[in-house]
Design a protein around this ligand. Sequence first.
Ligand code: F0G
Length: 349
Amino acid sequence: MKYKGVIETYREYLPVSENTPVITFYEGNTPLIHSKHLSDLTKCEVYLKFEGANPTGSFKDRGMTMAISKAKEAGKKAVICASTGNTSASAAAYAAQAEMDCVVIIPKGKIALGKLSQAIMHGAKVFEVDGNFDQALNLVRELGEKYPVEIVNSINPYRIEGQKTGTFEICDQLNAVPDYFCLPVGNAGNITAYWKGFKEYYNKKQIDKLPKMTGFQAAGSAPIVLGKPVEKPETIATAIRIGNPASWKTAVAAQEESNGSITAVTDDEIIEAYKLIAAKSGVFCEPASAASVAGLLKRRKEGKLPDQQLVVCVLTGHGLKDPDTAIKSGQKPKSLPCNTSAVIKELGY
Ligand code: F0G
């Protein structure tokens, strides 16, 4: 069967009608990859849901197909978002297909290069501001109130609806429900969406249990863990450099209702996991995504994860989004003369 994208595949779970124009890049249907290495390390069964394989390279596409299709249905001519990068890349691409204007507000100097290049190439009107994501989102909220532009951040409920489809896919791919479901938490839309998805699948009797929602924030940007907003959030994982998440309450509800947890991982732990996933499991994700695996390893080390659990870690974005961090984190290529003996000597074969 030809795969038709998130909206056609999960139409019965989504607020769409025959009148909704479907703006799609056939997002979703991303690989769920068993990691032998991480399974051996943790004595659990660990799967990586690689959302970096979406058309614009992140999970945002699942929500964006919904948000842009619904904006188009409502006759909107322009969309706007604040972004740490991925939302803007996705919004710009979907708006281009929908022939709508896309306005993007980003925190100056804190967007990974790949993401910025996407927004620019898709023709968005990109503005960088002297402020962080939280301030940019406040600006967007104001503009959305005063002007006829549709906000496509995850405060737009259609984004959550689209993103929840990741849950359905995981349960269908596994033919089981994970015991622990690990993911990074930034603006907290995704943990909200996934928990909604699990509950809906449960209520429709597609699954017979629910996972523990296990979210991770970067230690320098961990408002939910600290219980108060962080005025100057910092982390190498720029995608989740957020100090006052819009979906804070629903993230806490997901944690509490699922008997899960939201805890912090340091930048060092994030980078270590980022390198490990790429080198030992062959999956290249961006730093923020690696927070899910960093957190898993940390909880295991702390004795907070029993043996033989079924674990899914969501890798939210592709590693190519942030080539700078990759180059800085890895070994530089060594310069050699162009002959076989030089290479063989280096290899020590
Ligand atoms: N991982 C990546 C790669 C992200 O880009 C984001 C958020 C998250 C995790 C966190 O998801 O916000 O739903 O809790 N990126 C947003 C953006 C903020 O603007 O692209 P969340």
